[in-house]
Write a protein that binds this ligand. Structure first.
Ligand SMILES: Cc1ncc(COP(=O)(O)O)c(C=O)c1O
Length: 254
């Protein structure tokens, strides 16, 4: 009852919520690129509008960069959209494959945490040395090899483009492929996917068929149409060609 849910990428809708409740709101929390309804980039105007509304009403803007932090860029999606959130949450990449989470942000807010401030934050596995060592090694590797980001972007864009070419030729009906950095998703039966409602309107049966078809041929998509795909560094032309060929055979009913 204390959480208001807004439509993603709908600034008008969020503005209405702010107009009604802005003075009672503590924070807006958002994935700047949503990864839990497929891959849905937050439009820069939408995110900038949120920043302006939060500033106007004195509300904190929290970016959930659990998926996107250090994956899309060293500074996460915040760097790419040029927006400074007040707090950011991290997970996944910062653990280098081991379970870890973190948050950070404005100095005046972080100073509320112990030992500087009165908010004590702890847990059995907080700061677990093995997970932290793994995360630090990953972040150093990214620091020393910044070209990883451009090659991930290039390979993922190449896969998306190649799939679009096959879908344009062999699919009877609309589709949307969303992609940003190493994140992407395919949605059948819809032209545009810019929020969870669009993703829900897609042809989920067709995605399920594609999932099983590809799995049997060595391509492991996330087992849900509502999850982003994440490409890794070893992914290159050989893998792209294989996936594109399998997609073609799927569409041809082979
Ligand atoms: C974007 C995003 N935010 C938050 C979470 C939840 O993180 P946790 O399991 O640490 O609560 C996830 C989990 O996968 C996620 O993908």
């Amino acid at each position: 009852q204390d959480t208001l849910v807004a439509e993603y990428n709908d600034l008008e809708g969020v503005t209405k919520i702010f107009n009604e409740h802005g003075n009672d709101m503590a924070a807006v929390i958002i994935e700047p690129v949503a990864g839990n309804s497929g891959c849905i980039p937050g439009q820069v105007d939408f995110l900038k509008g949120l920043r302006a509304l939060c500033d106007h009403y004195g509300v904190l803007l929290i970016f959930d960069e659990v998926m996107t932090g250090f994956r899309l860029a060293r500074g996460g999606a915040a760097e790419l959209c040029g927006i400074q959130p007040d707090l950011v949450t991290y997970g996944k990449v910062i653990g280098g494959g081991l379970p870890v989470g973190a948050f950070g942000g404005r100095m005046d807010i972080m100073q509320h945490l112990a030992p500087a401030g009165s908010v004590y934050q702890a847990g059995t596995l907080s700061g677990n040395p093995i997970a932290v060592a793994s995360g630090l090694a990953t972040l150093k590797h990214l620091d020393w090899n910044p070209s990883i980001y451009s090659s991930l972007e290039q390979n993922t864009a190449a896969l998306a483009d190649a799939l679009r070419a096959v879908l344009n030729e062999h699919l009877d009906g609309p589709y949307a492929i969303n992609q940003m950095g190493s994140m992407m998703s395919i949605h059948f039966g819809v032209d545009v996917v810019k929020n969870a409602s669009d993703a829900s309107a897609a042809d989920l049966d067709k995605f399920n068929q594609l999932f099983h078809f590809l799995l049997a041929r060595g391509v492991y998509l996330p087992p849900s149409a509502f999850e982003s795909y994440f490409l890794c560094q070893d992914f290159g032309n050989t893998e792209i060609e294989h996936i594109v060929q399998q997609m073609k055979e799927f569409l041809q009913g082979k």
